[in-house]
Design a protein around this ligand. Structure first.
Ligand SMILES: *Cc1c(COP(=O)(O)O)cnc(C)c1O
Length: 365
């Protein structure tokens, strides 16, 4: 007898689902712990800006109505922020949604999507879900090897996904490297610069929007999930040529960003002080972890994001479990081919201290 699961598209049957960070409530339920530090999903430890709660409250009586499917208010604010036209913006239910939309527009059977070894785990899912082939290019020093990626582009390649900074390694690419890549890439290949962590980087860090005017095949993606502290609201967006945005908006669900999320994102954009405070806390926390790792004799991958991936020099899986028992949730990255590493999101000073203390205990035990 045919089993219903045999009826799934082969590309879907072969997919490995995304593994999210363990929720705090789950660990509470399982172990009954009271002190839990979740440093697993690169969230803002300060929460969202206080302006966000106010904006959300203002929307609570409007939920019987469909949201503005064009997201006019948010797009207007984003257009001003980035110096682009409204017609160049595609809103997403998180930037993950935008990545899926890109795959649905440009990928499919007989086509390939390219990304780097240690690239973001969502890329293979988006690529394979539409029946396309994944071209995974070996990394260089845990980061993107753009020359190798260029060399591997073939007639089937339609989209190249590049996270800058990269998750889970925190590595980054400079202006010249990206500039050279964009000039060398064939016109018919879409380049996605995923800038989920750009708010945490220095002022000389390449902002992908600088290339939009001259590269109609470029898509820059951003999110409100990280520095803006809105991970649960699910808001992200793509900036591109108007021609690409038109294509993306054809397959976008008409109401993919809800009204509460739209209002929250608008409010978050208004609070520059909160963003600076979040970035400053991250800088301090990064130094705190680096000092802690040094003391423990551990190596790490230098990161420009809001997380740091540490090399424990042995199988990290049992240490991950031991950390959980002590109330510290971090992220195993064995699924990325980094079985000895753990990715740790930068938290508050107290959460970071909890993590370093727990790490000291489990490494000694
Ligand atoms: C977190 C993250 C995203 C953003 O995901 P959302 O769907 O916007 O929450 C995108 N790209 C990378 C590399 C990330 O780490």
């Amino acid at each position: 007898m045919a089993h219903i699961t045999d009826q799934a598209n082969a590309c879907v049957a072969a997919l490995h689902p995304y593994q999210p960070g363990k929720p705090v409530s789950e660990l509470q339920r399982e172990l009954g712990l009271t002190r839990i530090s979740k440093l697993a999903s690169n969230e803002n430890p300060l929460g969202p800006s206080p302006l966000v709660a106010e904006a959300i409250r203002g929307e609570l009586t409007e939920t019987a109505r469909y949201p503005d499917g064009n997201g006019f208010a948010l797009k207007t604010a984003l257009a001003a922020k980035h110096g682009v036209e409204l017609s160049q913006i595609t809103l997403g239910n998180g930037s993950n949604d935008v990545l899926d939309i890109i795959a649905r527009v440009f990928l499919g059977p007989e086509r390939s999507g390219m990304f780097s070894q240690y690239g973001f785990a969502v890329y293979p899912i988006s690529i394979q879900a539409v029946g396309a082939n994944a071209q995974v290019i070996p990394a260089k020093d845990y980061g993107h090897d753009l020359d190798a990626m260029l060399a591997q582009i073939d007639d089937s390649t339609r989209v190249v996904f590049i996270a800058n900074p990269n998750n889970p390694t925190g590595t980054s690419l400079g202006v010249d490297a990206i500039d050279r890549f964009l000039h060398a890439v064939p016109d018919g290949v879409v380049v996605v610069l995923d800038e989920a962590y750009i708010e945490y980087t220095d002022s000389d860090f390449p902002d992908g929007t600088r290339w939009l005017a001259n590269h109609p095949n470029l898509i820059v993606t951003r999110t409100f999930s990280k520095a803006y502290g809105l991970a649960s609201m699910r808001v992200g967006y793509a900036l591109s040529s108007a021609a690409i945005a038109d294509l993306l908006n054809r397959v976008r669900q008409p109401f993919n960003v809800n009204s509460i999320a739209l209002a929250a994102a608008c409010a978050a954009l208004c609070d520059a002080d909160f963003l600076s405070e979040s970035v400053a806390l991250n800088t301090q926390g990064m130094a705190q972890f680096e000092a802690g790792f040094s003391k423990l004799g551990l190596d790490w991958i230098p990161s420009v994001g809001n997380f740091i991936t540490v090399d424990l020099g042995r199988d990290a899986a049992p240490l991950f479990d031991a950390l959980l028992a002590l109330g510290v949730i971090v992220r195993p990255v064995g699924n990325y081919g980094l079985p000895n590493h753990l990715r740790i999101s930068i938290g508050t000073e107290e959460e970071n201290a909890h993590c370093i203390e727990a790490l000291t205990t489990v490494l000694a035990g």
